[in-house]
Design a protein around this ligand. Structure first.
Ligand SMILES: [Zn+2]
Length: 407
């Protein structure tokens, strides 16, 4: 019994320490009394914890703050360069890498085209080289790099970080986390890319009240993730969020997941590009042909959007159909989940505000009357590196929850 009592005390002390760290991560610079108030802890407890954190150089004093009557309080902040996280967004078109410091600020980034992801082993060697390249840019010791978060499209096995199935990459059962761990001198954590993106977007909304956020990634593929409060909803077997593979058109084209007429097969960046290519191959004059200089290889989704803006009728038909289908898919999500935030992110959303308006109009037509009345629809704020930065966040959350920060 005595033993249990001791354990509890230790656990409570650790929980208090981690809560103080989280408070400092969010609200630095902050003084001890404010931390105590925020967390409902006593001043001596906060003083003891901050002393430990000061001694391990995890936090530092930045001088006196503004007095609210008594003597001015000492302000504390996390030491930004105390440690770093690396994040990778392995997209089908581009690989983006980022490094963020202890206060979540991006301090380095790089990108390169994905090209051919086969054979898998050679591709994973490339990923490892990119991780080491961005780590090198930090010019710091490896033990200050707490790990690399890897955002990968597809179904990821939570326990092992293996890619069970990635239609975008044509991968089945690839032990990505295990292969990378063998090549990298710090921990590696693989998570689904849409979840990494969603976590980052929710982080960027901080201060705005939001209980349930449904974040959708509209890019080469289509995927989504649900964040309740600040926690990811993963589902019973970890495969939630696959909105790209709901059936949008039962007679539609075959999707690379093997099913027919998935939302991703009719409305993703890859689908828009494929439809643009077939216009170029089968019809006469069009802006798509002009912009691509007659070569189907030059046609991507961005080119079809440009042709649409230049008034091309076929391009407009493709873009309008994609927006219509995306709106249908999102209406289903709104009807089922009733979220208070719907955040639309990804490459397709960077083609101008008119696409958002078309999607909103389709949602207006297809969602059930009165359903999801509270939902606010907006575009992502994190830019091209949102998923890569989210991969850092997945890692830092995991270290925080598992009490594995070096403090
Ligand atoms: Zn599919």
């Amino acid at each position: 019994m005595q033993q249990f009592h001791k354990m509890d005390k230790l656990q409570i002390a650790q929980i208090n320490k981690y809560n103080v760290i989280r408070c400092l991560m969010r609200e630095s610079p902050i003084n001890r009394a404010a931390i105590a108030r925020r967390l409902g802890l006593s001043i001596p407890t906060v003083m003891f914890i901050t002393e430990t954190l000061l001694n391990s150089n995890f936090i530092r004093s930045i001088g006196k703050g503004v007095s609210s009557g008594g003597k001015p309080p000492e302000m504390l902040e996390i030491v930004p360069e105390r440690f770093f996280y690396i994040g990778l967004d392995i997209g089908r078109t581009m690989i983006r890498a980022t490094a963020v410091n202890a206060v979540s600020r991006q301090v380095a980034c790089l990108e390169e085209p994905t090209n051919n992801p086969a054979p898998e082993k050679r591709f994973v060697d490339r990923i490892a080289a990119i991780i080491l390249k961005i780590a090198g840019r930090l010019k710091t010791e490896n033990d200050r790099i707490l790990g690399a978060g890897i955002a990968m499209p597809g179904l990821i096995e939570k326990e092992t970080g293996a890619v069970l199935f990635s239609p975008d990459f044509g991968w089945n059962n690839i032990p990505l986390q295990e292969w990378l761990t063998a090549k990298i001198p710090f921990p590696v954590l693989v998570e689904n890319a849409n979840r990494a993106l969603a976590l980052n977007e929710v982080f960027l909304m901080e201060g705005e009240t939001s209980h349930t956020t449904f974040a959708v990634n509209l890019g080469y593929g289509i995927g989504a993730a649900l964040v309740i409060g600040e926690d990811l909803y993963t589902g019973a077997s970890g495969t939630s969020g696959e909105i790209g593979h709901i059936t949008a058109s039962a007679q539609g084209p075959v999707c690379h997941c093997g099913n027919r007429g998935c939302l991703e097969a009719v409305a993703s960046g890859a689908a828009i590009a494929a439809q643009g290519k077939s216009v170029l191959e089968s019809r006469g004059a069009s802006k798509i042909r002009e912009l691509a200089a007659g070569d189907p290889e030059n046609v991507d989704a961005a080119l079809v959007f440009r042709a649409c803006e230049l008034g091309d009728k076929e391009a407009a038909r493709i873009v309008n159909t994609a927006a219509e289908y995306i709106g249908i898919g999102l209406s289903m999500a709104i009807n089922v989940l009733d979220p208070d935030r719907l955040v639309l992110c990804g490459g397709l959303m960077r083609n101008g505000p008119f696409f958002l308006e078309k999607i909103k109009s389709s949602i207006g037509t297809h969602r059930m009357r009165q359903a999801g009345r509270a939902v606010v629809i907006s575009t992502g704020r994190g830019g091209e590196y949102s998923t890569a930065n989210g991969a850092c966040r997945v890692l830092s959350n995991s270290l925080w929850w598992n009490r594995k920060l070096p403090v």
